[in-house]
Design a protein around this ligand. Structure first.
Ligand SMILES: C[S@@+](CC[C@H](N)C(=O)[O-])C[C@H]1O[C@@H](n2cnc3c(N)ncnc32)[C@H](O)[C@@H]1O
Length: 285
């Protein structure tokens, strides 16, 4: 039997609190490699000076930090995330950057603790696919958005287009038997199908919905660096690795390193990535 929504939320909270230290360690790397996704979200949410923004599942501050820089002191960004240890990293970063227009709140995106029509824009990067009840979250997004304003969300596209994630799963599957993936269960690729999140936004009453696959690349200095970062930040991969014996872990590591080295280009290991960018607007009036 699958987990109840409460159990999913509890394990998400534990998972992401556990990897918060890894996210802080790799923060600069991910910021440098993935900034283009934040800029795309800021554009799709039509952010500009003075807007009040809500960022869902902010983790260590993406795209919230860029959103705060974009809306400036006259605007504000509210970050909500289950994992307070992830938010603590975002808070330290905001302080270092002297950003005083960011607030952080521990909570569940499925039931937003905010009044209706209270935000001028909503952003979210790599969070919505982890929710047990995505339609509820879509309804909440539609409720708290001000009429006429935009939500922009990024979720992972298909595993075969994201080998940096897919190849680790494939390597683990070669070593232990895993149940066939339940494509309707919360997880990294839950919203990978074209039209899935867009459809949920439409059902929630949002309009002018767009759904684009945004492709890019990210690169590591070596396959070893890739492996280390994966193990320190990817909570779902960590959960699978925890099922293995020491010998199986070594076997998986070697398989991951071998598979990653296929992507060596010049001095670096460069992976393609594909992200589904879904944007929508709350109808005016
Ligand atoms: C992969 S991280 C992404 C963090 C950040 N947005 C980024 O792109 O770097 C996923 C985040 O979603 C959060 N999350 C998962 N389920 C959530 C829920 N139901 N409500 C709020 N946050 C949630 C996790 O705690 C985690 O910080």
């Amino acid at each position: 039997m699958g987990q109840t929504p409460e159990q999913v939320i509890d394990s998400q909270r534990q998972d992401w609190n556990r990897v918060a230290g890894g996210w802080e360690k790799w923060d600069r790397f991910f910021d440098e490699q993935m900034a283009f996704l934040n800029h795309r979200l800021v554009a799709d949410a039509r952010l500009r000076v003075g807007l009040r923004v809500l960022d869902l599942g902010s983790g260590t501050g993406y795209p919230a930090i860029l959103a705060a820089q974009t809306v400036g002191a006259a605007g504000s960004v509210m970050c909500i995330d289950l994992a307070k240890d992830m938010l603590a990293v975002a808070e330290r970063k905001a302080k270092r950057l002297s950003l005083n227009n960011i607030s952080l709140r521990a909570g569940d995106v499925t039931s937003l603790p905010f009044e209706s029509n209270s935000f001028d824009a909503i952003t979210s990067r790599f969070c919505l696919m982890f929710l047990p009840e995505i339609p509820k979250a879509a309804a909440e997004i539609a409720r708290v958005l001000r009429p006429g304003s935009w939500v922009a969300a990024a979720v992972w596209s298909a595993p075969e287009k994201n080998p940096s994630i897919g190849l680790s799963m494939a390597a683990i599957k070669q070593v232990i038997e895993l149940p066939p993936p339940d494509l309707t269960a919360p997880g990294i690729f839950r919203l990978a199908m074209p039209g899935e999140l867009a459809g949920l936004f439409r059902q929630a009453g949002l309009v002018e919905v767009t759904d684009h696959e945004f492709i890019g690349e990210w690169s590591y200095s070596s396959a070893e660096e890739y492996y280390t970062s994966l193990m320190e930040i990817a909570a779902p991969v960590q959960n699978l690795m925890a099922k293995l014996t020491e010998a199986q872990k070594q076997d998986v590591k070697q398989r991951i390193l071998d598979a990653a080295s296929i992507y060596r280009r010049g001095e670096r290991v460069t992976f393609p990535l594909a992200v589904r960018m879904v944007a929508a607007r709350k109808p005016l009036g």
